[in-house]
Design a protein around this ligand. Structure first.
Ligand code: NAP
Length: 310
């Protein structure tokens, strides 16, 4: 079987950038894009902080440009999920439903997925009333009542976006301070003053209510202990992400779920297994920015180039 130089798993900013650099280093990379091609950023309605893109593209458009860019360099791409990666000596097998790819090195750039609250009633309404993607599902709630949960960039961006569509937009946050960029807080507070977004601070959701359809979310104020049911048709959970590493089993070392990189190695993106590198949100518990992921994807490809040359 043909043994490749490098297989890149993932097609967010890290995966595509790794593909671009590996292709330009003549490594003929294979990029296994995953069924959610383009990754998490495709769910952003508007990307305002990608340097140079001051027309503020949607995440979908930005990632489509990444895809076109690697296509220009003939990066071979397959769109499927990887079920496991196994190691046999110096060769790795990247196992997918359609077959196995043998390779001398692997770059893991699988990003992370939306986290859910896990409270009562949630299971019944995920996908029909509860969503983790305002850009994908916001349209279904035009002129209806919605709530967003969270206080980070995603939650505040979602609330701003939904306030332009929905009849009523609530934002529920467990503290009284937001962790999003200051410019987003300013925009948020302006819409709160205008009555377009209703804030529920120091509040945690405890239950989703409804029979056939979601009709409300029960929230509890952590300071006063009082409960309230908000009458809403849709809820958008934006409470962070979980790194996508399940398919790896215990192959590489993790730290709180994120892949450890750069420890005891001269390669910054090296994992605990020589020949396996990681880049982007799957290995970044701290910054989690598209631009950082792209930079790390570049670094992983350069590390692989050096690793293969030794
Ligand atoms: P995040 O920054 O981790 O924020 C998650 C929010 O959910 C926090 O406000 C957190 O509250 C809250 N939360 C977490 N668990 C909760 C729970 N069990 N119950 C209630 N609330 C809970 O996640 P994110 O907003 O998805 O952002 C992830 C990364 O992507 C960040 O680095 C962010 O900057 C980046 N991002 C960037 C952009 C952009 O630049 N345009 C857009 C989206 C995301 P606490 O604040 O109390 O912890």
């Amino acid at each position: 079987m043909n043994i490749r130089n490098v297989v890149i798993i993932g097609s967010g900013p890290a995966g595509y950038t790794a593909g671009l650099y590996a292709a330009r280093a003549n490594l003929s990379p294979l990029l296994v894009a995953g069924l959610n091609q383009g990754g998490q950023l495709t769910q952003s309605s508007c990307v305002e902080n990608w340097p140079g893109a001051f027309d503020f593209p949607s995440g979908l458009d930005l990632m489509d440009n990444f895809k076109k860019h690697v296509e220009k360099f003939n990066v071979e791409t397959v769109v499927e999920n990887v079920s496991s990666v196994t190691k046999d000596g110096d060769v790795f097998s990247v196992n997918c439903s359609s077959g196995t790819y043998k390779t001398r090195s692997v770059i893991i750039a699988t990003g992370s997925s939306a986290r859910y609250l896990g409270i009562r009633g949630e299971d019944r309404f995920i996908g029909s009333g509860i969503s983790a993607c305002a850009t994908c599902d916001g349209f279904f709630y035009r002129r209806k009542k919605v709530a967003v949960i969270g206080g980070g960039n995603t939650a505040v961006t979602d609330a701003l976006y939904l306030s332009g569509l929905a009849a009523e937009t609530h934002l529920i946050h467990r503290r009284d301070a937001f962790r999003c960029e200051k410019i987003l807080t300013d925009k948020l507070m302006k819409l709160v003053e205008e009555g377009k977004i209703i804030l529920h601070l120091d509040s945690i959701p405890v239950e989703f209510t409804g029979d056939e359809y979601l009709t409300g979310v029960k929230i509890s104020n952590v300071k006063t202990g009082s409960d309230e049911i908000l009458s809403v048709n849709g809820v958008f959970e934006a409470i962070g992400h979980v790194p996508n590493t399940t398919f790896l089993g215990d192959l590489v070392e993790l730290d709180h779920g994120y892949i450890k990189t750069g420890e005891n190695s001269s390669y910054v993106t090296a994992t605990s297994v020589p020949g396996i590198f990681a880049a982007g949100d799957v290995a970044d518990s701290r910054y989690q920015q598209a631009i950082v992921a792209a930079g790390r994807g570049c670094m992983a490809a350069l590390d692989v180039e050096r690793y293969l040359a030794v």
